[in-house]
Design a binder for this molecule. Structure first.
Ligand code: ATP
Ligand code: MG
Length: 567
């Protein structure tokens, strides 16, 4: 019962400075008239919506230029990486609608080549083994205003360096006793060029290479080499790597690599009311502040999928925010808007009552059941209609009744008539209360048989149309109402972000009543509960125990903001 769609991943692509560069490079024949990009996640966490921006960009640019995009796991740090992450990343990229084909790579597959290249750098006098401690190296590094100082080991001979590096690899030294550094310029105004570390000793079991290595390359060294080995043409990364580009080029200029990719930086996606650092996401998961990596409140793709966000909506959102050089924070309402837009077109409408109030229609024959025709999706005539059972005892939403209606409350009240969607007009004739608590437990109503289908032949008007479910036919369901995980717009700015969690980010309603057609709705099924919002069947839902996650409410704050911006 999920939405069957095969939309191609891209609509009309927007222009941006990266697409301009790659189009021009194709024209001038730079990179041999090819476009080959890559998406290079480190398998140390689940992908989030920021990664989706990078995925849409890398795969999008490639597809538009008849090129290709590789999926490469940047797995050079054994202590944080895991196969679970590799598998989740592959599943998420596929779910987003992209296909890396044969282009699946692992930086760890290049460890031998990277090692040989390091030996090459030593052989040309461009790298040396340093035996300062990590602290001493930091102290020698200088600052933005002061030059660094050269290590006393910087002058080691090529032979000595080759010997020490081989012994580092052979496991003769303790972790942290030696590193291999590039020999560039300790006075460079760019701190990344002050003899950056290329290799460190780390006795840790790698999830792919096991215990084969005890020296591991640093990211800034491994990344350009991986790009060059694969023949990447445009290496797209986020802005914080702009200052690393001179070193990226230095590595490629000083090694006999097969190609020289071009690194281009773009602004990362920041989203309001959430955090996107993998370290923080991991903390939220491990601290059990959320229900795993796919908690529907997280900005992870698996969380968004579980919540009911569609890949089409996420791609449309990434398309719309575009790609630029300046950092900014996107209002999460813009993402919710994209989700509503997609679900509005495709999600079937159903009736579900979240906080049920019993209604007895006194003049409706006991035991009689009628099936009324209800439209499945007003946006999509091909979705047709369905039969919904109507009977003497129904549930309506508690919020849709007021004993003492305030001004502008047009829904049901004593003595007032309203329409039940696609069924009849009903008139409230009485209120039954719990004698002990005074709580309203039931409404007594009458219906007008002449209004079947929802219109009165005498032209009588009502001001409200309510959704409803027949009590005898209703299925009970748990409904999880998700709200923003954080109560402030910019939680990531604070190290105390755990104190900023929204205590009301999840409300679980039990014994909600949904129409019987939903009895067999499978996990992942999207629908709109009329007048309430979009919902998605949770992965833990079972036929006898239905669970719906609220994807997003119907009210569109973003449409209002846009409207305001226009005027
Ligand atoms: P960390 O959270 O530790 O900074 P990361 O987000 O950089 O890690 P990676 O796995 O290295 O995690 O990211 C893979 C790719 O996704 C990189 O090319 C990175 O630039 C890109 N990326 C990560 N976060 C964002 C973001 N918020 N917006 C756009 N691209 C992103
Ligand atoms: Mg990274």
């Amino acid at each position: 019962m999920s939405i069957p769609r095969t939309d191609s991943p891209r609509e009309a692509p927007a222009r941006d400075f990266i697409r301009d560069i790659s189009a021009e490079d194709l024209q001038t024949g730079k990179h041999g008239g090819r476009v080959l990009t890559r998406f290079p996640p480190e398998p140390n966490g689940y992908l989030h919506i920021g990664h989706a921006k990078s995925i849409c960009l890398n795969f999008g640019v490639a597809l538009e230029h008849r090129g290709h995009c590789n999926l490469r796991f940047d797995d050079t740090n054994p202590t944080t990486e895991d196969l679970e992450y590799v598998e989740s990343i592959m599943a998420d990229v596929k779910w987003l609608g992209f296909d890396w084909g044969k282009g699946l790579y692992y930086a760890s597959d290049y460890f031998d080549q990277m090692y040989d290249y390091a030996v090459h750098l030593i052989g040309t006098g461009k790298a040396y083994v340093d035996s300062l401690t990590a602290d001493e190296i930091r102290q020698h590094r200088g600052t933005l205003t002061e030059p660094g100082r050269e290590s006393p080991y910087r002058g080691r001979s090529i032979e000595e360096n080759l010997d020490l590096f081989a012994r580092m690899r052979a496991g003769e030294f303790e972790d942290g006793t030696h590193v291999l550094r590039a020999k560039i310029d300790m006075a460079s105004p760019n701190l990344n060029l002050r003899d950056p570390v290329l290799y460190r000793i780390r006795r840790a079991t790698h999830y792919r290479t096991g215990d084969r290595w005890c020296v591991y390359p640093m990211y800034d060294y491994a990344h350009p080499i991986s790009d060059a080995i694969e023949g990447i043409t445009h290496s797209l990364c986020t802005l914080e790597f702009e200052d690393h580009r001179p070193f990226y080029d230095w590595v490629l200029d000083n090694l006999p690599v097969p190609s020289h990719p071009q690194q281009i930086e773009f602004a990362r996606l920041n989203l309001s009311y959430t955090v996107m650092s993998k370290r923080k996401l991991l903390e939220l998961v491990e601290g059990k502040h959320v229900d795993g990596w796919d908690d529907p409140r997280l900005p992870t793709l698996s969380g968004m999928r579980r919540r009911g966000y569609t890949s089409v909506a996420i791609r449309a959102f990434c398309e719309r925010i575009g790609v630029a050089k300046r950092e900014n924070v996107i209002d999460v309402a813009a993402l919710e808007h994209a989700v509503r837009e997609d679900l509005n077109q495709h999600a079937p409408r159903v009736m579900g009552v979240l906080r049920p109030l019993r209604v007895v229609i006194e003049n409706y024959p006991d035991g009689q059941v009628e099936e009324v025709d209800v439209i499945n999706n007003p946006e999509d005539p091909s979705a047709g209609t369905r039969k919904v059972p109507f009977s003497r005892v129904l549930y309506i939403e508690r919020d849709d009744f007021r004993e003492d209606p305030p001004k502008k409350f047009y829904r049901l009240a004593p003595g007032r008539e309203v329409r039940l969607r696609c069924a009849y007009f009903i008139l409230c004739t009485g209120v039954v209360k719990d004698p002990a608590t005074g709580e309203i437990v039931e409404l007594r109503c009458t219906y007008d048989p002449a209004t079947r289908g929802g219109d009165s032949p005498d032209g009588r008007r009502v001001k409200a149309t309510l959704h409803w479910v027949s009590a005898a036919h209703a299925r009970s369901a748990d409904v999880r109402l998700y709200d923003r995980l954080f109560s402030v717009e910019n939680p990531g700015e604070s190290e105390n972000y755990l104190n900023l969690l929204n205590p009301h980010s999840l409300e679980i309603l039990q014994s909600c009543k949904v129409e019987p057609a939903l009895a067999t709705a499978a996990p992942g099924y999207h629908c709109q509960f009329e007048r309430i919002g979009y919902f998605c069947v949770d992965k833990d839902s079972r036929p006898g125990h239905l669970i719906f996650n609220r994807t997003v409410g119907l009210r569109d704050a973003w449409a209002k903001i846009e409207e305001k911006l226009k005027t």
